[in-house]
Design a protein around this ligand. Structure first.
Ligand SMILES: [Zn+2]
Ligand SMILES: [Zn+2]
Length: 375
């Protein structure tokens, strides 16, 4: 935030507009472009709408970086630079982001945003009622591991979406390709999460979490001491997805029986579409694995990412029939992807899952009580 009163009021006004803009349009299902926004809000809105369409993170970051660059500047300076054509002298602002800022300063909605706003409705049909009951999200990544944005940006967007809580679940140490967090880095991250929460004032909470790798033998890839310090833990298989069914079943049940596990993430590991290509689902005894989840009170994740759609429908229905709890998660790697919950809500709704068995329809205190019940 800016240091001068002028900057502070400019930032606050702009951010407030960014917030109500996103939430109002969501509630109203309004696809129209609406009135012009301030420059920071315009840049963030463009980034948000690009992300929920899963456009490439690198292209989107230009808009977020530009927003960060002008956020601390007084409104007068931004306006003056827009008029003089000198915005591109600022670090992180190129010709296309400068054009967006200039339009916003002139009270014009940039063409780019007009086009994007046409895509702004629900991402999926059929789950709207259930989606409206979701109070938060249990699976998200920041740039501490393989996400594209700082954790405070994830928190701010979750607030704008109307969430009461977001669990930050960056990867565990063994997942080196995703810059998984050592115990030491995770410990540092927890300090940052606490600081962010202090600033947020209580109506929204960024919860401490992890997406912890399920190792080959079913153990979890983080120290019990660190896992104890977290609010919610998602356990997922990310390696040796092709191990034989008996070994995979034992591995997954081992993780589910671990009192630290709260959510079984993207259980089959399949990829059905997208730029990473397709990948078949892992083989395991789903009856045994979901049976263990039901016994232990571990939620089966409904992973909302369109390229995952995990679990497949047959398995989703099996978990439903075995009495499992569920968690509809975005697995967002960028702020706009937090909106992908629409997809998971549509699938859960289609499968006729009782909303009270979906843990992220619960209030924060009930969620936290559940997540620590086996410790
Ligand atoms: Zn994962
Ligand atoms: Zn993940």
């Amino acid at each position: 935030m800016g240091d001068t009163p002028a900057a502070a009021s400019y930032c606050a006004g702009d951010l407030r507009y960014a917030g109500t803009g996103a939430v109002e349009e969501k509630k109203l299902g309004d696809n129209t472009s609406g009135a012009a926004r301030g420059p920071v809000s315009t840049l963030r809105r463009i980034a948000f709408l690009m992300e929920r369409q899963r456009e490439e993170t690198r292209r989107i970051e230009a808009f977020r970086n530009a927003a960060r660059t002008i956020l601390p500047l007084p409104e007068d300076e931004v306006r003056r630079r827009a008029e003089a054509g000198t915005l591109t002298e600022l670090a992180g602002i190129g010709p296309s982001t400068a054009a967006v800022i200039t339009d916003a300063c002139n009270g014009v909605v940039p063409e780019r945003l007009v086009a994007l706003e046409r895509t702004a409705g629900p991402l999926a049909r059929g789950g709207e009622e259930l989606r409206a009951r979701l109070r938060g999200d249990l699976h998200s990544h920041s740039d501490w591991s393989d996400g594209g944005s700082p954790l405070e940006e994830m928190a701010m967007t979750a607030m704008e979406l109307g969430h009461d809580y977001l669990v930050l679940t960056d990867h565990s140490p063994r997942l080196r390709v995703a810059n998984g967090l050592s115990a030491e880095r995770l410990s540092r991250q927890l300090g940052v999460v606490e600081a962010v929460n202090e600033h947020l004032g209580g109506s929204f909470t960024l919860l401490k979490g992890i997406e912890v790798d399920i190792l080959d033998d079913g153990a979890l890839d983080q120290t019990p001491e660190m896992l104890d310090r977290l609010d919610v833990r998602v356990a997922s298989v990310h390696s040796k997805l092709k191990m034989d069914a008996a070994a995979m079943t034992k591995r997954m049940i081992g993780a589910v029986r671990n009192p630290h596990a709260n959510v079984l993430g993207h259980c089959t590991g399949r990829l059905v579409t997208g730029n990473r290509g397709v990948r078949p689902q892992s083989q395991f005894d789903a009856h045994a694995v979901f049976g263990a989840c039901a016994e232990e009170g571990v939620a089966v994740e409904i992973n909302s990412r369109p390229e995952r759609r995990d679990p497949p429908t047959v398995l989703l229905e099996l978990a439903r029939d075995l009495g499992c709890l569920f968690s509809i998660d975005s697995d967002a790697h960028a702020p706009g992807q937090l909106d992908m919950l629409d997809h998971g809500a549509a699938r859960a709704s289609e499968a006729g899952i009782d909303p009270d068995r979906i843990v992220n329809t619960w209030k924060r205190d009930r969620l936290l009580e559940w997540a620590s019940a086996r410790l």
